[in-house]
Design a protein. Structure first.
Length: 766
């Protein structure tokens, strides 16, 4: 099968090159437009309880579908002072529903009297822009808001999800250009050192570049029909450059080796695709199996990364099996043109000596490598995960700066409360929240919420100072609704705005505002401010505690907000993760079983892969949670690891690190089929592939390392994790641990039960 593909590529070399060239040009046209079609976010799930509660709240209370915050600061003015308020009003004078599409309201301290919109030091305020459109539409208005904002003597920072997503789009595009600027020249330099020939060195870069460009062009088309995450572009480029160059490297290396052994160009192409191409095919399947694990999650961001990664690996395989053989058919022996140094296709004396040493000292090698890997993996026992928001952005971005001010200087719990929606059935008077029976039930529930640990305060129509009983609450609201003037004169201060400010003047009007913001027929909203970080573990536990409370008889509670949403996300993510791991491991075992026709080697490959993945997880904790090397890598550590990183890294690394296992073991199997001598087969495979594996790994380390220079934290972390894992994989695991283990196991390496020997198809072997 693979030999036939080689013959096809040789015979139809010019048509194959032409098809790829057309696809490449079309991809080049689409690539500059791609980042405009991709979306930020993608971490919500419409079926999650918190999201369903939020949807219900938006339908009943018309709370808006997206929010952007503008933070105003001044080094001298008090935020409550008339001068500051006047400057803020002037700054926002051009930001109105009439000038900004989709904008519903602008909420400020001046318009609501809400004290939580003023910072603790009194030097900053925040204006909330509430949109009646989805985040994607609100994101498109950020540039218009920025153009119409006139901060004057104040400093303004636009933040919130729409602004963060807009910044991610811009930064992702510049990050990709920066990474490619570093990666491609250094990769080409390494390839020149590997091959000693400029022409041979250029071919893997061409193969990888073709695969990435065609993939990004296809993603542009897919983005017209489906929602794809902004992270897809960078992750697909990283993987495409890494595996695309690697696969092409193995093709070019094997072709030169066959030429050096005296084969004609046609035979060299056929043999290369028959052997190296077969290994690449199964390796690509292993990588795509790992990435397909991301498709099992319900989150758009993870599914997009899995889809983009699988597509770029597919095109990398196709490029290696068709384009490169066609180009090599045209070049023939000119593949060694523009030689700088060295000879073509010679075996390395170093790797022969290395192979003999490993074969002679397997126990020492096994113990030493395990100690090194455990040392790298050690920090994983202290891993903490959370869901970052604007912290994914560099600190130079305005959306990140505004977020940092909100976190440091404002009451985070009050700005991000646990939102508890209480609903019931009824009609007429029974549907009204201010009806006596409803007020009585809501009052008891409100007191129950306020008594919970870690609750700083509760805002609702029944949680206010002076309302000391259900009867007092009923009397108050009866007065407000029937005679506002009497209520203003006779009753205690009334809450105003959704977050509960106390305004001595116009108490009845303020009460009406609270009633309109937090109630509707058969609906009442309680906003519970946690004492701790709203995205932290204590606030998440609080949201779960509230969810488990018994509602008043006949009533239903729905819990939304940042804390509940974060808990739902982590629960769904890690609830499904073990099944994804099981799927990837089992399918990978079956793929390797078909390739290697051995019961033991696929199991050993899975176990060894797990070691490199654990080492990379340890590195992520060491760097991104504990903050080591943060100055070198230019980021601010948050004290946790992005919760999606272990999932993304597992699904990515499990396949990518399997590349070297496949290339190493297929060469060993070639020798085993000829000699049936385990030691000789293992030594031969290591000798022939050691140099090419370490060289290929160096290429991936360079490409992945270039993404460590990017600004977005998750892309930076993926680059660092991939670089560490591959560096360990090639320098410790594949050229030390794997051959040492196989030397100790002996001929069991190649054992296959007779019933499997008879039933398994022979795909491309022989």
């Amino acid at each position: 099968m693979f030999a036939a593909m080689g013959r096809f590529s040789y015979r139809f070399r010019w048509p194959v090159i032409a098809v790829w060239s057309v696809a490449f040009v079309l991809g080049l046209v689409a690539v500059p437009r791609l980042h405009h079609e991709l979306k930020g976010g993608g971490f919500s799930n419409s079926s999650a309880p918190a999201q369903r509660a939020l949807d219900l709240m938006q339908r009943r209370l018309h709370t808006g579908l997206a929010e952007t915050a503008i933070v105003f600061t001044s080094p001298t003015l008090e935020a409550r002072s008339p001068r500051f308020q006047k400057a803020e009003a002037q700054a926002l004078s051009g930001v109105t529903p009439a000038t900004i599409a989709g904008l519903q309201t602008v909420q400020t301290y001046a318009s609501s009297g809400d004290p939580t919109l003023i910072s603790g030091d009194g030097k900053a305020s925040v204006a909330n822009l509430v949109f009646g459109v989805q985040i994607e539409q609100a994101q498109q208005q950020i540039a218009q808001i920025r153009a119409r904002l006139r901060p004057g003597g104040l400093t303004a920072y636009i933040t919130g999800d729409p602004a963060v997503y807009q910044a991610l789009e811009t930064v992702s595009a510049s990050d990709l250009r920066r990474a490619e600027t570093y990666a491609l020249p250094f990769a080409l330099l390494v390839l020149v050192l590997i091959f000693g020939s400029v022409v041979a060195a250029a071919l893997p870069v061409i193969g990888g570049g073709m695969a990435v460009t065609v993939t990004l062009g296809l993603l542009y088309l897919l983005a017209q029909r489906f929602s794809l995450s902004i992270f897809t572009m960078n992750v697909a480029s990283l993987l495409g450059l890494a595996v695309g160059i690697d696969y092409s490297l193995f093709i070019v290396g094997r072709f030169r080796e066959e030429l050096a052994h005296g084969a004609s160009v046609a035979v060299a192409v056929e043999t290369t695709v028959a052997h190296a191409g077969r290994a690449i095919f199964f390796s690509g399947i292993a990588v795509m199996v790992g990435l397909s694990g991301l498709l099992m999650f319900s989150y758009m961001s993870l599914r997009s990364i899995g889809l983009g990664g699988a597509i770029v690996v597919l095109f990398s395989v196709l490029s290696a099996l068709t384009l490169l053989p066609a180009v090599l058919s045209v070049l023939g022996r000119r593949v060694n043109a523009l030689r700088i140094f060295g000879g073509a296709g010679t075996e390395s004396r170093f790797w022969r000596a290395w192979s003999n040493w490993v074969m002679d000292h397997p126990i020492v090698v096994l113990v030493g490598t395990v100690i090194v890997i455990v040392a790298f993996a050690g920090p994983i026992v202290r891993i903490r995960t959370n869901v970052p928001t604007a912290t994914s952005l560099p600190t130079s971005q305005q959306a990140r700066q505004g977020y940092d001010i909100l976190q440091a200087r404002f009451d985070r719990g009050a700005l991000n409360p646990v939102q508890v929606l209480v609903t019931w059935q009824g009609s007429g008077a029974a549907a009204q929240p201010t009806a006596a029976p409803n007020l009585a039930a809501l009052y008891r529930f409100g007191r129950q919420l306020a008594a919970l640990p870690d609750v700083a305060g509760v805002t609702s129509i029944v949680n206010r100072p002076g309302l000391t009983s259900a009867q007092a609450a009923h009397a108050f609201w009866n007065e407000v609704l029937s005679s506002p003037a009497a209520a203003a004169a006779a009753l205690p201060a009334v809450p105003s705005g959704a977050l509960g400010a106390t305004v001595p003047a116009a108490r009845a009007a303020a009460a009406r505002a609270l009633l309109a913001a937090t109630t509707a027929p058969n609906t009442a909203l309680f906003q519970v401010a946690p004492r701790s970080d709203p995205s932290g573990g204590a606030a998440q536990s609080l949201s779960q505690t509230i969810k488990s409370l018994a509602p008043p008889p006949g009533y239903t509670i729905h819990v939304a907000g940042l804390s509940a949403g974060t808990r739902d996300f982590l629960s769904a993510l890690y609830g499904r993760f073990p099944w994804v791991v099981l799927f990837v491991v089992c399918v990978t075992y079956l793929v390797l079983l078909l390739l290697l026709r051995s019961a033991w080697l696929p199991l050993k490959a899975v176990l060894v892969n797990s070691l490199s993945i654990m080492a990379s997880f340890g590195a992520l904790v060491f760097v991104f949670q504990q903050g080591h090397l943060s100055g070198v890598l230019n980021f601010v550590p948050e004290g946790y690891v992005d919760a999606t990183l272990p999932v993304i890294m597992f699904c990515t690394l499990f396949g990518v690190s399997m590349d070297y296992e496949v290339f190493l073991l297929t060469r060993m199997r070639e020798a085993w089929l000829t000699t049936h001598d385990n030691r000789q087969a293992v030594g031969f495979g290591l000798e022939r592939t050691g140099r090419i594996i370490t060289s290929a790994a160096l290429i991936i380390v360079i490409v992945a390392g270039s993404f460590a220079t990017t600004s977005i934290l998750i892309t930076k972390a993926i680059g660092v994790g991939l670089a560490v894992a591959i560096a360990l994989d090639a320098s410790i695991i594949r050229i030390l641990l794997v051959p040492a283990t196989m030397r100790l196991v002996g001929s069991i390496n190649w054992w296959l039960p007779s019933f499997l020997e008879r039933s398994l198809p022979k795909i491309g072997e022989g």
